[in-house]
Design a protein around this ligand. Structure first.
Ligand code: CTP
Ligand code: ZN
Length: 155
């Protein structure tokens, strides 16, 4: 189904496409968008996609996505495409890879990990698996599952 049947094209802004179905709200959370900022936003959820079964799409007018935000997005939507739209045209299409190392965003679930005890310590996880996402704490080897990553981001 073409999402155009549900919401119209945007003039200027960002379209995040190919989000796994049901995760659009988590994307808004990552972007810190609560709806009161005044951007015109369209959420398309659970539409058919030829690439990933069912997908969500988030369209935000007059908003750019920072590198760090894009990195976070890959953790819950590894196949997402970030489309930059200018004057109705897609002028840039970014696909991001899950980073090798994720710093300072997620918490280690091991209470005795140094990152939970030294206030100066910054968390650092290595990507061990991409489908589903599995991250491993650099300090204590504790694994973070995709479910846990999603839970922390939605918190
Ligand atoms: N889009 C939009 N407003 C525009 C242009 C594009 O909302 N002015 C949306 C489209 O509806 C689509 C996404 O941005 O969801 C990407 O657009 P486009 O690259 O034209 O679509 P596809 O070629 O189907 O993208 P892909 O190959 O990434 O699936
Ligand atoms: Zn740890």
């Amino acid at each position: 189904m073409k999402d155009g049947l549900i919401v119209s094209k945007i003039r200027n802004g960002t379209v995040i496409d190919h989000i796994p179905a049901g995760r659009a709200l988590a994307i808004l959370k990552i972007l810190g968008i609560k709806g009161v900022e005044g951007h015109r936003i369209a959420l398309v959820m659970n539409v058919e996609s030829s690439k990933i079964g069912r997908k969500d799409i988030v369209k935000i007018e007059e908003r750019k996505i920072e590198e760090r935000e894009a990195e976070l997005i890959t953790l819950i939507a590894p196949e997402a495409t970030i489309n930059i739209v200018s004057d109705y045209e897609v002028v840039e299409k970014r696909t991001q890879k899950i980073p090798e190392v994720v710093r300072g965003i997620l918490k280690c679930t091991n209470p005795s990990c140094i990152t939970n005890n030294d206030p100066e310590a910054v968390t650092k996880f290595r990507t061990r698996g991409r489908k589903p996402i599995t991250l491993v704490c650099e300090y204590c080897e504790t694994k973070l599952t995709e479910e846990e990553v999603l839970r922390q981001i939605l918190q």
